[in-house]
Design a protein around this ligand. Structure first.
Ligand SMILES: Cc1cc2nc3c(=O)[nH]c(=O)nc-3n(C[C@H](O)[C@H](O)[C@H](O)COP(=O)(O)OP(=O)(O)OC[C@H]3O[C@@H](n4cnc5c(N)ncnc54)[C@H](O)[C@@H]3O)c2cc1C
Length: 419
């Protein structure tokens, strides 16, 4: 089958908050034809099927937020094409797509990848037990409840006690499903005080910490979850639905197919402070860089990347290159993950693999200290940790990698960073 060939100025892949903000920023500044490709039938990304409040500056519901961002992108003059999937690359800045009007090959002067993140399904989490029906990710649950009004089950266990686990609890309650428990293998839940209280006291749902899923039970349909507790005890919670939440990975398939280098920590495309990937003219923004941050953060990156894309198109952008940014355990990853001295970064996103009480983050390059930051709260696994970025100006562009470590206590020996 032949492909229709055409050209635009910028292709944005993904019409979630990040891609729509990038498209709006580009079209608002008159950057020719800006085309957003979205594989789903309706644009807006993940917020579209999150019916709870908490999106954007005013905490509106996900669908309200999605509608506003789509409207803003269209209002700026960007084209948003739904039902169109970018399936691969025919050249460094040329994408093959498939959609309602058949196969296309679209060439551009720049490409922005805003493909978001996906949840790891049960199979990827190596959960022992049978393979019954009734086992879902939060995304599957929300689509079933909010988009298709499907029947889910009657009694559920949510595996994951973080904000997305709470979103699953809300979706289940909305569908009339009793939630038997929220569980996490972490020693503490990561819901925050208000949501933990709402789950326990408001809805009477126990939050079980230090509880690992030892086995899923049931043939045909799931009939229960066997949990192994901290003290080795095994208990069974009866249920006909299990929702696995919160274990996200960047949706990096298209980036990989294009040979775009991935960061080993985030598993999304490696980018510098201007959201430039290792491939010239290819940018990446939003949760494909870091799974997952709030919608406002993703949109903010999209807007910043629009400026960088314009700099690339008119040749005014900074030189490429610059040292990699690495983290030492217990930190897991950082994004962006390459430092360019001429590119100011207002904040980096990090994750830790273990809870840290009021940590001090220390940034060094070739033994030289660039920055030290006290974090006045506990840093928890799977929760956002931000590092101010003004130190990027002091980076030696020709020097060794920049390292971020967790230092000693406030005012203590900074050399004693934990490895
Ligand atoms: C359950 C849940 C609850 C959340 N609650 C909140 C909240 O209360 N407040 C908040 O601020 N944030 C919340 N978030 C996070 C928020 O949804 C994300 O920050 C935001 O959606 C990220 O935007 P994005 O554009 O990077 O990715 P996405 O929203 O994931 O959009 C990516 C888009 O790219 C499309 N796509 C991917 N690959 C292709 C391809 N090859 N071709 C064409 N299209 C493609 C996808 O279909 C998708 O529409 C929540 C997330 C989840 C999962």
């Amino acid at each position: 089958m032949t492909r229709r060939q055409r050209s635009v100025d910028v292709i944005v892949v993904g019409a979630g908050p990040a891609g729509l903000a990038a498209a709006r920023g580009l079209a608002d500044h008159g950057v020719g034809v800006v085309e957003v490709l979205e594989r789903e039938a309706v644009a807006g990304g993940v917020p579209r099927h999150c019916h709870h409040r908490g999106f954007g500056r005013w905490g509106v519901t996900g669908p309200q937020y999605a509608a506003r961002t789509v409207e803003a992108a269209l209002g700026s003059g960007a084209r948003v094409r739904t039902g169109v999937t970018a399936t691969g690359w025919a050249g460094p800045l040329t994408l093959d797509t498939t959609g309602p009007h058949g196969l296309e090959r679209i060439a551009a002067r720049a490409v922005v990848l805003a493909t978001g993140a996906r949840e790891r399904p049960r199979s990827a989490r190596l959960v022992p037990g049978t393979r019954p029906a009734g086992v879902l990710t939060t995304g599957e649950l929300q689509q079933a409840v909010h988009l298709h009004a499907q029947r889910v089950g009657t009694r559920a266990v949510v595996v994951g006690a973080e904000p997305v686990g709470y979103a699953a609890l809300s979706a289940l309650r909305r569908a009339g499903v009793t939630v038997a428990a929220l569980t996490t293998e972490e020693p503490r839940h990561q819901l925050g005080r208000a949501w933990a209280a709402a789950a326990r006291l408001g809805h009477g749902v126990p939050v079980l910490t230090g509880a690992t899923v030892a086995e899923l039970l049931g043939r045909g349909r799931v009939s229960g979850v066997r949990l192994r507790h901290r003290d080795g005890r095994l208990t069974t919670v009866d249920c006909d639905t299990v929702v696995f939440t919160g274990d996200f990975v960047p949706d990096h398939e298209l980036a990989r197919r294009g040979g775009v280098a991935l960061d080993p920590g985030t598993r999304g495309p490696a980018v510098d402070g201007a959201f430039r990937t290792g491939a010239d003219g290819v940018f990446a923004v939003g949760n494909v860089l870091h799974a997952v941050e709030p919608a406002l953060w993703a949109a903010r990156e999209g807007a910043l990347a629009a400026d960088a894309v314009r700099g690339f198109l008119d040749g005014s952008g900074p030189a490429r290159g610059g040292p990699a940014i690495e983290v030492a355990a217990p930190l897991r990853w950082v994004a962006p993950n390459r430092a360019v001295p001429q590119v100011p970064v207002d904040a980096f996103v990090l994750r830790t693999s273990q809870a840290l009480t009021r940590p001090v983050l220390v940034v060094t390059q070739d033994g030289r200290r660039l920055h030290r930051q006290y974090v006045p709260r506990r840093a928890l696994p799977n929760r956002t940790l931000h590092l101010a970025g003004r130190w990027t100006r002091s980076v030696d562009a020709t020097g060794g990698p920049v390292r971020i470590t967790v230092g000693g206590p406030r005012g203590g020996n900074l050399g004693a960073a934990t490895e």
